[in-house]
Write a protein that binds this ligand. Structure first.
Ligand SMILES: Nc1ncnc2c1ncn2[C@@H]1O[C@H](COP(=O)(O)OP(=O)(O)O)[C@@H](O)[C@H]1O
Ligand SMILES: [Mg+2]
Length: 356
């Protein structure tokens, strides 16, 4: 992928029909950064943000902060308020309550134009003009944003998404995956400091989705802050430094691995070749072990035990020794791992999808 020089571009333009936000520049930022991959001021700060449409609460008192250079996942089911949040932060609609900064600039009428120069938004639908070629589409948006050096920017953006050979093909003749890539190329035109990608892989086949994932990784490596909304868990888990789980209000936030650990009691799964006569005596009083219950495979005469533990590091060796001392034929001892999906379903599944 070509590296492009960051450019300060002057003119601020209103939101386009496609909902894309105008040109870029280097982000300067303010406010404290919290956990993130990059030290320094936050790329996005959101404080008690709410949005109602009529009597419908779309976003309810949401606060979080995204560090510069971070890939931040905004995860939630349909109707959770993800797009609404992106539209507020992208200065396309105003919040009902609360405040936010993007690239250090307060979100609001006064800062909107400057924010749009520093960000780009890839909306849920690519919003391309289907009867224009790929290059004509990008040319159109580049002009709209008043970007200098358009030809070179377009060439570089197309190269970055691997579409150089489709430059002169009609957008309407491209597959959904390729249109999505053109939309990504468009978000690159202004060399944004913060990118909002709203469900960028929605409706793509696994191969096309994988390509988009690779592009996101490449962008991250270039230091772009990425705010990625998705309802795809494996996507969030794979790409994101931190994940917020959202369903109108914020349910939780953290690194994917942290969320799994925080939300679920840790456990050790033990399988023995045959049931033990007195598991209570074997497991009772061991350091780090809180309790046990039958679990795991009980087929072929085997027996499974699920131990809830306060510390795997402390419990596992003690359990191993106790099992050996009790003469048990141990087939396996393993720490239970929960996927982010477990966390997600626990947090939003009880309520199901919100009706739209
Ligand atoms: N312009 C609007 N007018 C009325 N209701 C809206 C509007 N935009 C979004 N909503 C409602 O706000 C809620 C959140 O929507 P949205 O932010 O699009 O969710 P998500 O992107 O997570 O699927 C939904 O209930 C949706 O119907
Ligand atoms: Mg949405």
């Amino acid at each position: 992928m070509a590296t492009r020089a960051r450019a300060d571009t002057g003119s601020a333009v209103k939101a386009t029909p496609a909902g894309v936000a105008p040109p870029a520049a280097v982000a300067e930022a303010g406010g404290p950064a919290e956990v993130g991959t990059t030290a320094g001021p936050a790329a996005i700060e959101v404080s008690h943000l709410s949005k109602t449409f009529g009597d419908r609460m779309a976003v309810d008192d949401v606060s979080f902060s995204v560090a510069r250079g971070e890939v931040f996942g905004f995860l939630g089911p349909n109707g959770a308020g993800k797009t609404t949040t992106v539209r507020i932060l992208g200065t396309l609609i105003s919040a009902t309550a609360g405040s936010a900064t993007v690239a250090g600039i307060a979100v609001g009428p006064a800062g909107a134009a400057r924010i749009r120069q520093r960000i780009s938004v890839m909306p849920e639908s690519p919003g391309l003009y289907l009867r224009l070629t790929v290059t004509e589409n990008l040319e159109y948006f580049a002009r709209l944003y008043g970007l200098p050096g358009r030809a070179a920017r377009i060439r570089e953006a197309l190269a970055a998404v691997g579409l150089s050979d489709r430059a002169h093909v009609l957008a309407g003749g491209l597959s959904k995956g390729l249109r999505q890539r053109v939309a990504l190329a468009r978000t690159l035109l202004n060399d944004p400091a913060v990118m909002f990608l709203d469900e960028p892989t929605s409706g793509l086949d696994p191969v096309a989705a994988h390509e988009v994932h690779d592009l996101i990784t490449t962008l991250r490596d270039r230091g772009v802050t990425i705010f990625l909304t998705t309802h795809r868990l494996e996507e969030a888990e794979r790409l994101c430094d931190r994940v917020a789980i959202m369903n109108t209000s914020l349910r939780t936030i953290g690194r994917p691995a942290e969320l799994r650990q925080r939300l679920f009691a840790r456990s050790l799964d033990v399988t023995t070749a045959a049931p033990m006569a007195e598991p209570d005596r074997v497991f009772g009083g061991l350091p780090g072990v809180r309790g046990w219950q039958p679990g795991g495979p009980a087929d072929g005469g085997r027996a499974g035990y699920a131990l809830s533990v306060s510390s795997v590091a402390q419990a596992a060796p003690a359990v191993t020794r106790a099992l050996v001392a009790a003469g048990a034929d141990v087939l396996s001892i393993a720490e239970s791992r929960h996927t982010l999906e477990d966390v997600y379903l626990k947090l939003v599944g009880e309520h199901g999808e919100r009706s739209r």
